[in-house]
Design a protein around this ligand. Structure first.
Ligand code: ATP
Length: 206
């Protein structure tokens, strides 16, 4: 059998990627989430930690040796060079682990959740790009309802990400998430059927 169809799922912060990938998982898809992998690569004992300590010192570690994620986040939020340095350590590891899991995946299709897929080398490794799209006001409303923080902060986070247009420019498929969760479910079910059909085709015709 040919390898599973690979769908790269992306979208802005709080656009509904997790809501969508959870629904795909319920329908039986294999879901690989790069946010989950990003946390795994900085878990205790992982080689990334020694590199982070060498680059940023003890200040970004707790007394028990675990990464102080809050301190790390503050540092990279305030300083672009630090952010790039951290990304240079983490991104190759996240990408390698994501690909390892994608290659090991079984079943008709795999959903690979990559928040910043537009600028990621992982884009070369997926067959299709599925964008969860919602308007910015909805995104901000959901972000504020879910996380602490001010509206100003929320707008700053949005501004730092790829724009809605930049995401849509790489989309093969779009799920529109401005309405209810029921409306979201319906769209996910329709794409599930579509991906099952595509997965049945020879790789060259996908
Ligand atoms: P992040 O980028 O932070 O990982 P995400 O893109 O995975 O976020 P979700 O966590 O799925 O987004 O959704 C953001 C919030 O909005 C969640 O609290 C979720 O329950 C809610 N939400 C998503 N879609 C809808 C919807 N259609 N109706 C109501 N609430 C929704």
């Amino acid at each position: 059998m040919s390898r599973p169809l690979r769908i790269g799922l992306t979208g802005g912060i709080a656009s509904g990627k997790t809501a969508v990938s959870d629904r795909f998982a319920e329908l039986g898809a294999t879901v690989i989430d790069t946010d989950v992998i990003a946390r795994q690569v900085v878990a205790s004992g992982q080689p990334a930690l020694a590199e982070i300590r060498a680059a940023f010192g003890d200040d970004v570690f707790n007394d028990d040796g675990a990464l102080d994620r809050g301190a790390m986040r503050q540092l990279v939020f305030a300083d672009d060079a630090s952010r790039k340095q951290l990304e240079a350590i983490l991104h190759p590891k996240i990408q390698a682990e994501t690909l390892r899991q994608a290659r090991a995946a079984v079943g008709p299709y795999t959903i690979v959740v990559v928040p910043l897929l537009a600028g990621s080398p992982l884009r070369e490794h997926v067959d299709r790009v599925l964008v969860v799209d919602c308007d910015e006001e909805t995104q901000i409303r959901r972000l504020l309802a879910r996380d602490d923080g001010s509206e100003e902060q929320a707008r700053r986070i949005l501004a730092a990400q790829a724009s809605r247009d930049e995401r849509l420019a790489i989309a093969d498929d779009v799920i529109e998430n401005n309405a209810s969760l029921a409306a979201l479910d319906e769209q996910v079910s329709a794409f599930h059927d579509r991906y099952l059909a595509l997965a049945n085709l020879p790789v060259s015709q996908r």
